[in-house]
Design a protein around this ligand. Sequence first.
Ligand code: TYM
Length: 339
Amino acid sequence: MASRINLGYNSPNMTGGQKILLSGVKPTGRPHIGNYFGAMKQFVELQDQHKALIFIADLHAITTNQEATSLRQDTLDLAIDYLAIGLDPAKTILFRQSDILEHANLNWIFNCLTTVPYLQRAHAYKDALAKNQEVNVGTFDYPILMAADILMYDADLVPVGQDQKQHVEYARDTAEKFNRVYGGATFKLPEPLIIEGLKTIPGIDSQKMSKSKGNIIPLFAEDAEIKTQVMKIVTDSKTPEEPKDPATCNVFALHELFSQDQLPELRQRYEQGGIGYKESKEILIANLIKFIAPLREKRQAIAADPNKVKAILKAGGDEARKLAQAKMAVVREKVGLNW
Ligand code: TYM
């Protein structure tokens, strides 16, 4: 069924009846296999049947990275990563969040509708507080900037990992609140798109795989790095003969992603006993290398021409800006900011 679109009175009809898909990744270091299976793989798989907008969330990144040189480098690197996994600029609008000034503008308008206790309930904020971090206002307001990213383009679907579900709920609440306060249906309510049954992917220390925790297997890792990281995966101390529970093994959690063909056999050997963690890790290493090596080669080829990558981001930014400006014209009218 064609989705109802509401991009404002002077906006181009960008969808041709297709649903609008939007998501982003923060340029805060190298993306890992958790980012890929949790979200990025879906960006590529869904770009054919949707009107897709995928961006580099650099404004979100500066809540934690305040070093300009590394931010610039991570931003370019992430654009290369996006292209290497198969995002096609002919199908997907690829852009830098900060290139569209309207995101921060809409963020402010939403801030004025958002209460402090409501934001205090956000998991990410509570986690930061629990770690005794001195939380900056940007981190506190993170979900509302994300609401602006999503609602700006009337996204129907937001492919994200499980950990971002609450943020999409904040975007829905914010859309409802704006529509209620200012009247009309200015914003569409987005849905999170979370792969059914896909758990948050564990890192080598068994915590959530996370760019900030040093527990990752990078999506474009070199062979040697794949080996070292997999060998470091935390397991219990059962002998090869002892039966093992696949459901609680971090190595097995990664087999579910990379060893599909061998999965029934591996499961049986785990449950009956007869496979040691060393052998299980060696199988995983071989499968990871098989998966990552071609991606890495593709990435190297794209990285050889950074100016081409920057031109793609610029063109994507120009397209996204037109949509954002059209939406903001509607918002300004509703709020009373236009004369
Ligand atoms: P980021 O860069 O932290 O994460 C990017 C995506 O990767 C998913 N992810 C995981 N999935 C499974 N297992 C894991 N261990 C794992 N770690 C990360 C995240 O759920 C995410 O989908 N807040 C966003 C960036 C953003 C955004 C947006 C996304 C900013 N504005 C608007 C969608 C729409 C984030 O978490 O980025």
